[in-house]
Design a protein around this ligand. Structure first.
Ligand code: NAD
Ligand code: ZN
Ligand code: ZN
Length: 344
């Protein structure tokens, strides 16, 4: 089968021919219908050989949707031909976090060498994907796989982040979304669907700012050193009750820190290497800072419901698998608004 692999640190990803995997006991083989392209893939491919944590070659793709093609030995509850989305942050399934469906925070995954598809284990940018256990599958129930694949991360990750801040997003409040890309443009829709907050989106790219407005941002502001002042002006000097930084670079975490209100939430989702100082006098009083990772299995079910009801819709552009290396380059250059989805 064809697969998109990152083969050597520093090289571009390549389309290669590999064997179709055989499902072992309890495993499920999916015929991949769609695989989303995340900025985290670009981060992974920028790491040095010393810090690179996964075995190579690595088949990319941690956002997947597909059709069940075969089962390994053992009993199963799904059937061949069922169309499903893949919950990506696989855990041990047994620890306390996993018991709550929070496999993204599994306490034992690292120790046991359990890794998400595309982030250590072979990923979804291939004709077939081996899924470790049926519990990682969520039925699509009619959702289009191309739109559903990005829901497993580009929607699940902002959903998890935003849900925690909902008590602060009361009528009259303001939420700031920094970076209206794959995650951010869904974050805007989630904020609109789940809260009465006014949504202000920041980006540096005009096309992304336009997308932000078209998916429901009340205001867009250029992401530069004047942005915090503009946000304060829009909020009678108070700042925003919640700031979600979907870039996480030094420049944006600085903006986030200067834009958040007293008792606000500052959530850093992007992995751009930025940070905010926490300590008396460094931020407005009682700001809660967090850097969450992905989301829970239960939250993925909730996200799919929002997509089914039409409240959230990922802006997708689909491309054949053979074009993936070139699409990664275009994505890296900021030329793809919304999410690029690979269709093998
Ligand atoms: P993306 O490339 O689709 O979107 C990034 C957006 O940020 C683009 O619209 C870009 O124009 C904008 N941007 C770049 N620099 C900016 C700046 N200085 N100010 C404002 N906007 C700026 O990327 P994505 O796939 O949405 O991922 C976003 C980030 O989230 C990445 O760092 C990714 O690795 C990370 N991520 C984290 C998690 C997690 O669990 N924490 C999960 C998925 C992705
Ligand atoms: Zn991702
Ligand atoms: Zn666990």
């Amino acid at each position: 089968m064809k697969a998109v692999q990152y083969r050597r640190v520093g090289d571009s990803p390549e389309v290669v021919e590999v064997d179709v995997p055989e499902p072992g006991p309890g495993q499920v083989l999916l015929k991949v219908d769609a695989a989303g392209m995340c900025h985290s893939d670009i981060a992974v491919m920028s790491w040095s050989a010393e810090e690179f944590p996964y075995p190579l070659p690595l088949t990319l793709g941690h956002e997947g949707a597909g059709t069940i093609s075969a089962f390994g030995p053992g009993t199963h509850r799904y059937s061949e031909g069922d169309r499903v989305a893949v919950y990506g942050p696989w855990g041990c399934g047994l620890c306390r976090a996993c018991a709550y469906g929070e496999e993204n925070y599994c306490r034992r995954a690292d120790r046991l060498g359990i890794r998400p598809p595309g982030l250590g284990a072979p990923g979804a940018m291939a004709e077939y994907l081996l899924v470790d256990d049926e519990r990682h599958l969520v039925p699509l129930h009619g959702l289009d796989p191309v739109e559903a694949a990005p829901l497993t991360d580009a929607a699940l990750t902002p959903y998890h982040a935003i849900k925690k801040s909902l008590p602060k997003l009361v009528p009259g409040s303001t939420a700031v979304v920094i970076g209206a890309g794959g995650l951010g443009h869904v974050g805007i829709q989630l904020l609109r669907a789940l809260s009465p907050a006014r949504v202000v989106a920041l980006d540096i790219n005009d096309q992304k700012m336009e997308l932000a407005r078209s998916v429901g941002a009340h205001r867009t502001v250029r992401s530069d050193e004047n942005a915090p002042e503009q946000i304060r002006e829009l909020t009678s000097g108070n700042g925003a009750e919640a700031v979600f930084d979907f870039v996480g670079a030094t420049a944006t975490t600085r903006i986030a820190a200067r834009s958040v209100a007293t008792e606000g939430d500052l959530t850093i989702v992007g992995i751009g290497g930025g940070s905010v100082p926490v300590g008396f006098g460094t931020l407005p009083f009682e700001v809660a800072v967090s850097a969450p990772y992905w989301g829970s299995r239960g939250e993925l079910l909730e996200v799919l419901e929002l997509a089914r009801s039409g409240e959230v819709r990922v802006h997708v552009d689909s491309f054949p698998l053979e074009e993936t290396p070139e699409i990664y380059e275009r994505f890296h250059r900021g030329e793809i608004p919304g999410r690029a989805v690979i269709v093998p």
